[in-house]
Design a protein around this ligand. Sequence first.
Ligand SMILES: Cc1cc2nc3c(=O)[nH]c(=O)nc-3n(C[C@H](O)[C@H](O)[C@H](O)COP(=O)(O)OP(=O)(O)OC[C@H]3O[C@@H](n4cnc5c(N)ncnc54)[C@H](O)[C@@H]3O)c2cc1C
Length: 404
Amino acid sequence: MTGIVVVGAGQAGASLAARVRALGYDGSVTLIGEEPTPPYQRPPLSKGYLLGDLDLERLYLRASSFWKENEIDLKLSAPVKSIDRSARTVLADGEPIPYGKLALTMGSSPRRMPVAAGGDLRGVYTIRTLADVDAMASEFQSGRKLLVIGGGYLGLEVAAVGVKLGLEITLIEMAPRILQRVAAPPTSDYFRELHCSHGVNILENTEIERLTGDVRVSGAELSNGITVPTDFVIVAIGVTPKTGIAEEAGLEIENGIRTDSHGRTSDPNIWSAGECASFPYKGRRLRLECVGNAIDQAELVARNMLGGSESYKAKPWFWSDQYDVKLQIAGLNTGYDRIARRKGDNDRSMSVWYYRGGRLLAVDAINDPRAYMAGKRIIDAAQTVAPEHVMDLRKIPKLCWHTP
Ligand SMILES: Cc1cc2nc3c(=O)[nH]c(=O)nc-3n(C[C@H](O)[C@H](O)[C@H](O)COP(=O)(O)OP(=O)(O)OC[C@H]3O[C@@H](n4cnc5c(N)ncnc54)[C@H](O)[C@@H]3O)c2cc1C
């Protein structure tokens, strides 16, 4: 075969390229990225890196020598424009690049405010790439006003960084409560209180009518008739999977690039992993936006590209850091019909346990790593613990409390 080509040099692409080499594949491996930077981790972009606590070097997923040492041809600043499936080539700049097997790991694009609503004014940012964060860094000056649009984890993390840097923050959420899409009311309540106690002005059930300003943003007109003045805006209203070149090449798309349980797309020579890929999960189709999934799925696809036939069994986990609070999430709470709440060891720690039909689906553990560990082990082992028992550690199987 003519080698493995990976399009998208982010978390999943880097994991996949490294894994095929680690598995002993000795053909050519080409990793193509549109960004100018070698593969890096994104979570610190809304945490330590935005705060100025973390150097660029610490963001890189691998030492700069890794790619050469492993004979992985890393092509940067090279957006792939098209895939020719019959010729088995991809086109970036210059000559078409041939592939025997192709992996698409192109991640997602942040949703933006429409231009008609002021989305193109200067001072309006999204946060997905290192370049995005570098571009907004000089705006984070103490005493300035920041408007965050979107009360999901990303928006809340940005707000927490802003507070630490002395900014005055207003956060707008169109749903009746922050985190509504991803968490039960007790988790939303916890984070609302946390942010309010740090002076963040959270407006729920509120929409942005339009951003105002002359060339540069200076305010936002809200659905409740109020106008909020601001110095800059960060839009954190979710992402859309990057499927453009896959769609144009005729691959099946269904909430991302449609793959089977092995990570193979509708073309047997093309595979996909990470945020741009959707896969079968418990009778439905799922696309996940977290580091754990990007790595696990990419490594599984690497094995399958080399002849394996493993099915992907996603074990979702996620974390968020805000102020001195660490949230850890195990499992997926979609479709929950009951929750149980467990108080942690102190006033600032607690966990929310999600159930469907009496079976544990997920746990949000706030400043409570032991609850996270226990929940994760129970969920990964496809076991459960009765909701009325989560308050009592002794009722949770002993093995769950040991760290590995
Ligand atoms: C600010 C921020 C904070 C986050 N915090 C957390 C967290 O706390 N915990 C957590 O689990 N997850 C977090 N995430 C999510 C996590 O980073 C992503 O789920 C993960 O990076 C997905 O990996 P990926 O490889 O699918 O996509 P990406 O890492 O986005 O990589 C995709 C790469 O493909 C490139 N690309 C796209 N199209 C092309 C093309 N045509 N040609 C060439 N290259 C292309 C893109 O430029 C990008 O570099 C965060 C994400 C962001 C943005």
